[in-house]
Structures are given as C-alpha cells and as structure tokens.
Design a protein around this ligand. Sequence first.
Ligand SMILES: [Mg+2]
Length: 262
Amino acid sequence: MKISNYRNLIIDMDGVLWRGNTALPGLEEFVATIRNTKTRMVLATNNSSSTVDQYISKLKRMGVHVNPEEILTSAQATSSYLYKIAPKRSRVFVIGGDGITNAIRDHEFVLTEDDPDYVVIGIDKKITWEKLNTAVMNIRAGAKFIGTNPDTTYPTENGIGVGNGAILAAVKAATGISPLVIGKPETPIYEQALQRLKSNSSDTLMIGDRLDTDILGAQRAGITTLLVLTGVTTLEMSKASVVQPDLVLTGLPDITSGLLAV
Ligand SMILES: [Mg+2]
C-alpha cells in the first residue's frame, strides 16, 4: 500500500493531530505537505458537542489553517443526513449541546418537544430525566430515533466519563428500539466525507487511531485504512485485534514521508 497513491484523506483528529490541547509532533509539516501535494482532506470527528469554528480555532492555535468545509463533525453529518431524508420543516426533538442543536437549526428543522418526527441524540452534559423521558415517550409514539455517535465513554481530565452511546443505550432500554447511528463506525459519516472530497472509496485513505471506530467504519465503507499509534491503540493491541488496518505507522512524520514518496 502506497500512501502517495491516495490524494483524498479522511482524518480523525483526537489522537491523530493532537492529544488534549497539545499538537502531535509533525502536525504543521503534515498539513503543509497535504497542501503542497494537492491532497484533499476531511477531518472527521464523532464529537457532536464542539462546532466547526471551535475546531478551526484549535487548529489555528497549533499553527495550522483549515477551511470550514474540511471539518465534518458527527453533528453536521447527522443534520445533513436528516436534511437529505426528511421532508422540509420536519419536527425534531434534540438532546445535545450547541454542536448538534445549531446544526439541526441550520437546516431549518422545527425544534420541538411536542410530537416530533425525529428524536436526535448527541452528547449532552446537562442531560436530565425529563429530557430522557421526552425522548422515550416520543420514540414510543413513533418518532424515528437517531444518534450522532455510538461512543459509550468520553475521556475527561479526571478519567473516563459517560459518552453518547451510554445515553443512546438508556433510551434503547426504555423503548426496545435501536437508534440509527451516523458517526463512526457506521457508514453515513464516511459517505458524507467522500461527497465532500468528491472522491470514491477506492481513491481515499482513512487515517485514525481507533480500530473499533475509525478503521472498522472505513473498512465497512470500502476505504483503505491507516492506523497511527499516537492515540489510544498500541502496536500490541493492533496485532491482537480482529480489525486489521492496511497499514500501521508510528505518527504524522511517517505519513508525511509517505505522501512525498513517489
Ligand atoms: Mg481518535
């Protein structure tokens, strides 16, 4: 597998471009090489709570300039998906932060607790029994159940916390209905990334640090995969996994070299 054969990249951010608030070594050179080699990229994240502008600012602090259309959050992917399948002005009940609420509002859906056509759930740090109850009752009454991302845990400074997948599981337990999930490792977010790149699965490479989301999802979408070891996966974990990426590299400098190799 030759990296320079791929001029369309779907790239995970956390654990690939940075850890916490610290850029990973080689980030500036990596993005400069993407620009110099006319490679296209979409930075795709399962996080639905942050907005595109917040990601642009974070990357700017790390010395890197990206355009809004180069960032795809699970909130945007969910909103775009709904826009594609749902009639205009459909009624949507949303649980989640600004990321998902704004994305749904941007597509001119009607945000309501009352008789919605869809219940959309993203991570909500102010989750309450009332919100869960409203979601459950509406889904029981026939509203379609959609989740931005399936991650059951969420990393915090104090340790592993509750992720959106755990909220989806609670609603599933009370309704007996599974959500349609948009984020990795499900395919809708990859399909939207390919649309943005105007590429297809055979000429696109996914770069990520998680086997069970980034890599598995890309494989389901028929996309070639590259695992980097700067995030949650060690070489030992990768060797022991049933999910096997096409290529494993230590970090961004190796990918930069690969992009430049002819
Ligand atoms: Mg990651």
